[in-house]
Write a protein that binds this ligand. Structure first.
Ligand SMILES: [Zn+2]
Length: 278
């Protein structure tokens, strides 16, 4: 008997055994078996999530630690001795190695506070994810927050997954971070004419109820680039921008992102008086 014949025979035997086993089982046993398989599956999936959560906690602690050391390093000497400089470079490098993965992992803006000191040294990172208001200062007022609310048209209570910024018709709307336009949708209801932009680290932004779209699908854009104008298209009761921030496909509150860039850049000016005005 050659290898193929013996493999064939083994397959046949296994099929017979399997068939006898299954057909010998009653409905009850089969239900038990299915229940056990499901239990195993839940265990594996649950453990997977637990693992990623503990990984996130671990990295957050490490990042906090680096942040504290960076702060101490700055306080040590304002006149930059070589040792202080070297230690700072070391810390910045250690954070750099981990930061992209960390930014992908975090579920919302509450984790960004951990990176505040690092961001004062690398503020250009704030161009890559939503960190500002998409409208010009003085052009808007907050008309509806993120969270539970009574819908202005349907009068039903439901979650508002974005923020409404009331603004006059035709006012310019700017991308809140660099990215690629992934959708331009012309709808008569819902969000009306709207744009979705994909950014780095699992972030996306949505701009709804637009008047005019000034970008095309697939276009690469910079932070603060003009993308559209304020309108009232779709299910809307007045001129406003409905703005959403998505993180890893979950719609999160955009509010903490509004002053992020402003705050960090104010700190940059504060800690680097020597580079100011150079
Ligand atoms: Zn809205």
């Amino acid at each position: 008997m050659n290898f193929f014949e013996s493999a064939n025979l083994l397959g046949k035997k296994l099929r017979i055994v399997g068939h006898c086993y299954i057909s010998g089982m009653g409905r009850k046993e089969l239900a038990h078996l299915l229940f056990l398989i499901l239990l195993c599956l839940f265990y594996v999936i649950g453990n997977g999530f637990g693992f990623s959560n503990s990984k996130l906690r671990e990295t957050t602690v490490a990042m906090e630690n680096y942040g504290e050391r960076l702060k101490d390093n700055f306080k040590t000497d304002r006149f930059d001795s070589t040792i202080v400089d070297k230690e700072r470079e070391h810390l910045l490098l250690a954070i750099e190695e981990r930061i992209a993965k960390y930014l992908y992992q975090i579920p919302d803006y509450s984790y960004i506070a951990t990176l505040e000191t690092y961001l004062t040294y690398r503020p250009e990172l704030l161009h890559q994810f939503p960190s500002c208001v998409p409208l010009e200062k003085g052009n808007y007022s907050l008309s509806s927050r993120y969270g539970m609310r009574t819908h202005p048209i349907s009068k039903k209570t439901k979650t508002h997954f974005g923020i409404d910024l009331a603004a006059p018709s035709g006012k310019p709307i700017y991308a809140s971070a660099a990215g690629t336009v992934s959708e331009v949708i012309y709808s008569e209801n819902g969000y009306g004419i709207h744009i979705i932009i994909r950014h780095r680290f699992g972030f996306k932004t949505l701009y709804g109820h637009l008047e005019k779209v000034l970008v095309a699908k697939g276009q690469t854009i910079d932070q603060h680039e003009l993308i559209a104008t304020v309108g009232s298209s779709g299910s809307s009761t007045g001129f406003h921008l409905h703005y959403e921030v998505w993180k890893n496909e979950v719609k999160i509150d955009p509010r903490p992102s509004f002053n992020l860039k402003k705050t960090i850049y104010a700190e940059v000016m504060d800690i680097k008086p020597n580079t100011h005005g150079k």
